[in-house]
Design a protein. Structure first.
Length: 482
């Protein structure tokens, strides 16, 4: 028989080019016969040969046992066992120390003998997990593995999985408007939580892995994740997404929505490679497993990123501060940050919007020190607003951006800012709101100062960036002009 190889090749490449890049395709050899197509893989002999070929790969250099023994996976006595089953590459026979029996690779089978049935099951399981249960979270791949005992739920889960689109892609920034917490459009977390109606009848494992040059490695495991926790995570996300004080862009204001997902956490974990990755995954662990994140370390990370942003490009600092505040709120609402013990909770006499903001965030404003820092930020924001209105630039911003603030600096800023407002004849902007509140907070601070510069800086920048959303200066100026 003569095969017109070149013709076939051209035909295949032409068809290949006509497919969209998003699709995967398979090539099967087949025979055209009696007005029908007979694929080779239907042939019994071809199938047997393919199966033998597959299993021979697992004998190979790792050796095999043909006299019978116990399978490492199922624990049953089996006739034939294979020594080189390393589909996930978490076991290897390349290093001498890994091999028992006098360093002979052929004796590797004594380390990890696996039977045919288990090889088939594990292989199928992995292929299934890769196709249906593999997801993406801020640059990390993970398997979401449900542990289900209830048969009914198991069937429902299989049904969901079979109906889902198999097509997966990494979302681009354009698709940022996703309702998911991981920003992966094929995310399954919420669906599973809904499936059990938030009841903890199943548990989930998130297995973060890395695949490089056919080597497969687990980076982190988050086990025993409960559907009720996932529901709580989504509820908090929804609350934060709808929190109007966080809307900074025109689009966010129009849609009445901010989009929070775990990429925001990643942005503050730093860029130190392995170390930052570990921090991010530790935070994710605390989120999913109701763990705790150290408040001081978290705020240090938030402030470091904010100050870097201010140095690099101060035009966007407000967005970074807003995201940092959203991260703090997200974690505090999930009780993933330790509350400060023994904080002197502060009652403010005034009830203007700044006071309300402080009252609404008792887990952050645990001491008058944070209140002073925050209100000073708001105060400086008023000066910047006034300067921009009159000169189209804000020299006062240059004084404070990128600064770590301590008590002395904050004490100096208060009169400086007040004098500036008097200078522009705009003290009325703060006369009844910020000014008396800040004075009151300073009295409460008295001689003590119990927070570190990082926490003071964080509170200050939150005031500086969000003040315009707490009280719109345009509106309060109109009021004042009346
Ligand atoms: Zn077995």
């Amino acid at each position: 028989m003569h095969f017109p190889i070149d013709l076939i090749k051209d035909d295949i490449s032409a068809r290949k080019n006509s497919f969209s890049r998003e699709y995967t395709y398979y090539l099967f050899a087949a025979l055209s016969q009696d007005n029908g197509i007979k694929p080779f893989f239907n042939d019994q002999e071809v199938q047997s040969a393919a199966i033998e070929e597959l299993f021979n790969r697992y004998a190979g250099k790792g050796g095999d046992i043909t006299k019978g023994g116990i399978c490492s996976v199922c624990g049953e006595e089996k006739e034939k066992l294979y020594g080189n089953f390393s589909l996930l590459k978490c076991y290897n026979l390349d290093k001498r120390g890994m091999i028992t029996g006098g360093f002979h690779k052929s004796q590797g089978v004594h380390n990890f003998p696996v039977c045919r049935e288990c090889i088939a099951d594990v292989t199928y399981g992995l292929v299934f997990a890769k196709e249906n249960l593999s997801f993406w979270m801020s640059g990390e791949n993970y398997f979401l593995l449900p542990k289900v005992r209830n048969v009914e739920i198991k069937d429902m889960l299989i049904d969901i999985l079979s109906k889902r689109s198999k097509r997966k892609k990494i979302p681009t920034l354009k698709e940022v408007e996703l309702q998911s917490i991981t920003a992966d459009e094929s995310e399954l977390l919420e669906e599973i939580a809904e499936l059990t109606k938030g009841k903890d009848t199943i548990t989930l494992s998130l297995i973060f892995y890395e695949e490089k040059n056919a080597a497969w490695r687990i980076i982190a495991e988050i086990n025993e994740v409960l559907p009720s926790r996932i529901k709580a995570i989504y509820a908090v996300k929804e609350e934060i997404d709808r929190y109007s004080l966080l809307f900074l862009s025109q689009k966010e204001r129009e849609n009445s929505r901010y989009f929070f997902d775990l990429r925001k956490l990643k942005a503050f974990a730093g860029h130190d490679g392995k170390q930052s990755r570990k921090i991010f995954l530790d935070w994710v662990d605390a989120v999913f497993r109701s763990g705790k994140i150290d408040r001081k370390n978290l705020i240090t990370k938030l402030v470091k990123t904010i100050l870097n942003q201010m140095k690099e490009n101060s035009d966007y600092y407000a967005f970074t501060v807003r995201d940092a505040w959203a991260v703090f709120l997200f974690l505090i609402k999930l009780k993933a940050i330790d509350a400060i013990a023994g904080g002197k909770s502060m009652k403010l006499a005034s009830t203007n919007p700044y006071g309300t903001f402080i009252k609404e965030n008792p887990d952050f404003f645990t001491q008058p020190e944070q209140v002073v820092s925050f209100l000073t930020g708001c105060y400086v924001s008023a000066v910047i607003y006034v300067q921009r209105q009159s000169k189209n630039k804000a020299p006062f911003f240059k004084k404070v951006h990128g600064l770590k603030l301590d008590k002395r600096r904050l004490q100096e800023l208060y009169p400086e800012a007040r004098n500036k407002l008097h200078q522009y004849d705009k003290f009325g902007l703060v006369a009844k709101t910020l000014d008396p509140l800040l004075a009151e907070a300073w009295v409460k601070v008295g001689n003590s100062w119990d927070i570190n510069d990082t926490e003071a800086t964080f509170a200050f920048t939150v005031g500086l960036a969000l003040s315009g959303n707490i009280v719109n200066p345009d509106k309060s100026e109109q009021e004042e002009d009346k």
